[in-house]
Write a protein that binds this ligand. Structure first.
Ligand SMILES: [Zn+2]
Length: 79
């Protein structure tokens, strides 16, 4: 994927966690994302492997982009 800021090729990697990875409109300490209105689950939790999303990094612009279209960023969902 090309960086939308500078146009150079981005470096693909992962962001992983022992917990679910989700976007929410504000910080919360309890409850999975599905209990928070408007949340976006980027990677469902796998009890064996945790969760991980594909993330593209541009070191020059210091940006990290997660393309979550159709859940394609979720490594657990690829299998
Ligand atoms: Zn860039």
């Amino acid at each position: 994927m090309k960086c939308p800021y500078c146009g150079e090729e981005m470096e693909q990697g992962v962001i992983q966690s022992p917990h679910e990875i989700a976007w929410k409109n504000k910080r919360s300490y309890i409850g999975r994302a599905k209990f928070h209105k408007g949340s976006i689950v980027l990677s469902k939790l796998s009890m064996l492997e945790g969760s991980a999303v594909i993330a593209n990094c541009c070191r020059k612009c210091e940006k990290i982009i997660i393309d979550y279209k159709d859940g394609s960023c979720d490594i657990n969902q690829e299998r």
